[in-house]
Design a protein around this ligand. Structure first.
Ligand SMILES: Cc1ncc(COP(=O)(O)O)c(C=O)c1O
Length: 394
């Protein structure tokens, strides 16, 4: 028999578990064990696994129209664009297949928007140190973290970085050469570090003052992760563009860039595209996701369970002050820092293999939780118990 890992490229450090099915917040492995999934496909399965409404929408769309290219229109993409515009207050939507691609689109839009205005010295894409925007060359160049860059030089030019949450540095960094400033409202991959509201407000003001676009990378924070549908609504700051992916279609591959009319004309026919971007099946899944979200009043639910999660994490931190630090995050995106010499990766492995609870390590020695947004209070309590027991048994 061919071992599952024999022919897959070894570019991931996969845990030694093979999942065959899922339901709600649980995943089932090939030996029949159930796991409580508190990472939800890394913030992707907002409604949990095998949600019947998503399954039905996918099946129906697959039996109706799977693909017709972007040479023609189709109803799922037009309806989803209209829904996203209505719910976000943005005017136009570009669909692609991933978060990385959504950021590539935003980078290209910013450059071409300046170019079309004959503002040709305005080419710099400014981002924040520690941020994560994806792995293709443009998104990677905007990912100001040397750990991701090593061995891939030369990266595209025209990218610069400024420290996260440092307003003074941002004042120095934004000038008439900056086409766009791209920032995550919460740096997820960096260990769940929230932007200070004052930093994002300053970013808005400085971008206005110097004519740069403000792009929020909401690939991880979007689709209700922080409570409201978008984190920019949580912060009360409207960027010029927002990028989405992950949870948009509850785990099917799709990415999106939402833009205001002012800069939407930056990209004209022929400037950018994607064969599969916004194809009917993931769009149908995303529409079903939005419907279910409304029915369940997920914003209210996230606010309630988030309080319980963070209260529990704070209790853990005070109960084990040598192991856990103060939790960080918003809504259902949480980071629990682990203090050296203790190792977040070891705790993550232990809670998976012994307690069958899935979380992951992010950033600098932090345990990240990003469960399905339908997670219950009881499932949160089970997770907190596992993180407690892990320290007692390790
Ligand atoms: C904030 C952010 N931007 C971009 C990406 C890249 O998204 P994708 O893996 O869908 O290309 C990620 C993925 O973790 C992310 O968290």
């Amino acid at each position: 028999m061919i071992a599952l890992e024999d022919h897959l490229l070894q570019n991931y450090r996969r845990a030694p578990v093979t999942f065959v099915a899922g339901s709600g917040c649980e995943l089932y492995d090939s030996e029949g064990n159930a796991y409580l999934d508190m990472i939800g496909g890394i913030a992707s399965c907002a409604l949990g696994h095998a949600h019947p409404a998503i399954a039905q929408a996918v099946a129906h769309q697959a039996q109706t129209l799977v693909h017709c290219s972007n040479l023609f229109g189709h109803e799922p993409a037009s309806t989803l664009a209209a829904e996203l515009a209505r719910r976000s207050g943005f005017d136009r939507v570009f669909f692609c297949n991933s978060g990385t691609e959504a950021n590539e689109a935003a980078i290209k839009l910013a450059r071409k928007y300046a170019f079309r205005k004959r503002d040709t010295q305005r080419t710099t894409i400014l981002s924040c140190t520690g941020g994560f925007h994806g792995r293709t060359m443009g998104a990677l160049a905007a990912t100001a973290n040397p750990a991701y860059h090593e061995g891939f030089a030369p990266l595209p030019g025209g990218f610069a970085a400024t420290p996260f949450n440092d307003i003074e540095a941002l004042q120095d960094a934004i000038d008439e050469r900056v086409a766009a400033f791209i920032v995550e409202p919460v740096q997820g991959e960096n260990g769940v570090i929230c932007a200070d509201p004052a930093f994002l407000r300053a970013a808005r003001e400085l971008c206005n003052k110097h004519g740069a676009l403000l792009i929020f990378d909401e690939v991880q924070t979007g689709m209700g992760r922080t409570g409201p549908l978008f984190a920019f609504q949580h912060y009360g700051i409207k960027p010029d563009a927002v990028t989405l992916a992950k949870a948009l279609a509850n785990g099917l591959p799709i990415g999106a860039m939402l833009v205001s009319e002012t800069c939407a004309g930056g990209l004209q026919p022929g400037d950018h595209g994607s064969t599969f971007g916004g194809s009917p099946v993931p769009c149908a899944a995303a529409l079903a996701h939005l419907d279910v979200r409304d029915d369940l009043d997920l914003e209210q639910h996230v606010a309630q369970v988030s309080e319980r999660l963070f209260a529990g994490l704070r209790t853990l931190a005070s109960g084990f002050p040598n192991v856990y630090g103060e939790p960080r995050g918003i809504g259902l995106l949480a980071g629990l820092p682990v203090k050296a010499p203790h190792d977040a990766a070891q705790i993550v492995d232990h809670v998976r293999s012994v307690f069958r609870v899935l979380v992951n390590k992010a950033g600098n020695n932090t345990i990240r939780l990003a469960p399905p947004l339908i997670v219950t209070a009881d499932e949160i309590d089970r997770t907190l118990q596992a993180l407690t027991n892990a320290i007692e048994t390790l």
